[in-house]
Design a binder for this molecule. Structure first.
Ligand SMILES: NC(=O)c1ccc[n+]([C@@H]2O[C@H](COP(=O)([O-])OP(=O)(O)OC[C@H]3O[C@@H](n4cnc5c(N)ncnc54)[C@H](OP(=O)(O)O)[C@@H]3O)[C@@H](O)[C@H]2O)c1
Length: 278
């Protein structure tokens, strides 16, 4: 074993939904830590520039097709991954989608799209890849959750249900597979600007509202999740399983109250917030 607890040399990490956004960031961070990659998209051709980038780093990335809403596609991807690289040591279950609507407007189709992709997809990809991990007695599974895994947000009913489900699924799988040397944890990001939510960031009013509620006073930026994903993928997290790690600039502390400049009950100015420190 390497003396560096975060060294992933000699390991292979499979990242689903690595064509863009957070998934591509996770894959890049794992490659920088020494891992070779299997990366997936519903359109494998979209992965070509990223495969080249990883090759330029001296690492290998095998691009594969995967639609997590299709049972056959999961089986074909799993078989192709094992045929190409032999053993997959690390799985990052990142592929996901969102439908942002008031709860009264959510349709049956919206619900199925979000739950099938995020929750059912996460489970069946984990199940497919865990077979080999259990056989070999080693694996690291990282399910991507969200602050909505633990808190409610208006307009995100199906999404929040899927992310809350992922947190619970993580605990159940951890209990099931821990005895086989496979750890299962959930990495729960806060708010990061990606294709999935860029429409929100086009509104300055929304960005101000968001930043007001984040103790470190900015949304997530590229690289902010790198340390957490490498930690969960590596020897460094060997005694940790079934947990949800929130990387969110502190929004889950409930920081909204800190922004009140005048106490609504006493009408007194707050000594800290009224000076503009927050
Ligand atoms: N951005 C945030 O603030 C945030 C916060 C917390 C959690 N998350 C979660 O983190 C993950 C990545 O988010 P992101 O913001 O990077 O989103 P994104 O830019 O929309 O990327 C989503 C990825 O998921 C893949 N995907 C979507 N549907 C799929 C399907 N049916 N089968 C296989 N792959 C599918 C897409 O791949 P192709 O289109 O190439 O197939 C794409 O690579 C998602 O699960 C998201 O919900 C995001």
């Amino acid at each position: 074993m390497s003396e560096n607890l975060f060294d992933l040399s000699g390991q292979v990490a499979l990242v689903t939904g690595a064509s863009r956004g957070l998934g591509q960031g996770f894959a890049r961070a794992l490659a920088r830590a020494g891992a070779d990659l299997v990366v997936t998209s519903r359109r494998r051709a979209d992965l070509a520039p990223f495969v080249e980038e990883i090759a330029a780093m001296g690492r290998r990335a095998v691009p594969l097709d995967l639609d997590v809403r299709d049972e056959g596609s999961i089986e074909r991807m799993g078989a192709a991954a094992e045929a190409a690289v032999g053993q997959v040591h690390i799985l990052v279950n990142n592929a996901g989608c969102n439908v942002r609507k008031p709860a009264l407007e959510v349709t049956w189709e919206d619900w199925n799209l979000v739950l099938d992709t995020n929750l059912r997809g996460t489970f069946f990809v984990a199940q497919r890849m865990a077979r080999g991990m259990i056989e070999r007695g080693y694996g690291r599974i990282i399910n991507i959750g969200s602050v909505t895994s633990v808190f409610g947000f208006a307009g995100l009913a199906p999404y929040g249900a899927s992310r809350g489900g992922i947190r619970q699924l993580t605990m159940s799988l951890a209990d099931d597979w821990g005895r086989h040397g496979v750890t299962v944890n959930c990495l729960a990001p806060g708010w990061f600007r990606t294709d999935q939510n860029k429409v929100l960031y086009e509104s300055q009013e929304w960005v101000d509202y968001l930043v007001d509620r984040i103790p470190v006073k900015r949304p997530g930026a590229p690289g902010d999740l790198d340390g957490a994903v490498v930690f969960l993928a590596s020897e460094a997290s060997r005694y940790m399983t079934g947990q949800t790690l929130l990387i969110d600039g502190g929004i889950s502390t409930g920081a909204t109250r800190a922004t009140v400049k005048t106490d609504p009950v006493t009408s007194k100015k707050d000594p800290v917030t009224s000076k503009g420190h927050l």
